[in-house]
Unconditional design. Structure first.
Length: 310
């Protein structure tokens, strides 16, 4: 009996690129005739014709399965749903925009026949991306790897092919606040990396804004590192020490020169600086508390409106 590869594809307003993606993945599946394919599309509350196109594909191809959310829950929720519903001996995660080239699935599958558990991909260039985004991305990877015990590979994509035991390990981490790049690294397993140059979208526009990527990066940092909390404590100790020195200086200066009032502008600046650091530290603590709050509420990661999965 042939082994089954489930391809999980997260979709949000991808009506322009879906027909192109389906054609590409269909060509790849025909070349890999030694295995069966399950194409699992996760509609993340799209507002365009994405779901209609997927349903039309499902009518003509029994391999096509779909899950449609009641609203937009985000890519992390879509990936989690896809992994949960996937039935394959191997599960691939990829985007519909063809920035994850389906042609690599052939090599991925062959590597898994060796000693590897996961075959993942990473971009070695960021050609076509805004320079500011590329610079911030490189800085973030350097920062997070210094702050976290879980290694984050620079340029890593979510595009990967995994054995069933790896998928089960990922699903065992049922946290509400999910950061898949960190989860993939956390579970470990023997991983083979495939490097390739950046590929631009085949059609449509990216759904990631610069601000959205910043929030995603902050989520990743607070999900896999407690260093920001340590830094806020260090800031507190430093400013307490500075305050003690400043008090001693003021007392000595007053005893010698008798001028306790002079220098008020600099005092105002110091107050503003310390207040800013305090608000920053409170914000860091608040971010962690908000994650604890959401975890304790035990809300579902996603809600399925309809599916043809059985």
């Amino acid at each position: 009996m042939k082994e089954l590869i489930s391809v999980v594809v997260s979709c949000y307003n991808e009506e322009e690129v879906l027909p192109i993606f389906y054609k590409e993945i269909d060509n790849v599946s025909k070349k890999m005739d030694n295995v069966n394919f399950e194409l699992l599309f996760v509609d993340d509350g799209s507002k365009d014709k994405t779901l209609s196109i997927i349903k039309e594909l499902a009518k003509n191809d029994s391999r096509v399965k779909y899950i449609s959310f009641s609203r937009n829950f985000g890519k992390e929720a879509a990936m989690n749903a896809g992994l949960t519903y996937a039935k394959g001996d191997y599960v691939a995660v990829m985007d519909a925009d063809l920035q994850d080239p389906p042609k690599y699935l052939y090599d991925m599958y062959n590597y898994l026949q060796e000693e590897y558990d996961v075959v993942a991909t990473r971009r070695v260039t960021r050609t076509g991306e805004p320079k500011v985004r590329s610079i911030f991305s490189k800085m973030w990877y350097k920062l997070i790897n210094k702050m976290s015990d879980t290694e984050m590979v620079d340029g890593a994509r979510d595009f990967r092919l995994m054995r069933r035991n790896v998928v089960n390990a990922i699903l065992s981490l049922n946290e509400y606040n999910r950061y898949s790049k960190g989860i993939f690294s956390f579970v470990g397993f023997k991983t083979k990396w495939i490097e390739y140059e950046n590929v631009n979208r085949a059609a449509g526009k990216t759904k990631w804004s610069f601000w959205g990527l910043c929030k995603y990066a902050i989520d990743g940092m607070t999900s896999f590192s407690t260093t920001p909390l340590i830094l806020s404590s260090i800031f507190g100790l430093i400013f307490c020490f500075i305050a003690v020195i400043a008090i001693i200086f003021v007392i000595i200066r007053t005893l010698i020169y008798g001028d306790p009032v002079g220098g008020w502008p600099s005092l105002v600046c110091i107050i503003l600086l310390v207040s800013g650091v305090q608000l920053l530290c409170i914000g860091i603590i608040g971010r962690y508390l908000s994650k604890v709050y959401l975890e304790t509420k035990r809300r579902p990661i996603y809600i399925v409106r309809e599916t043809n999965q059985k």
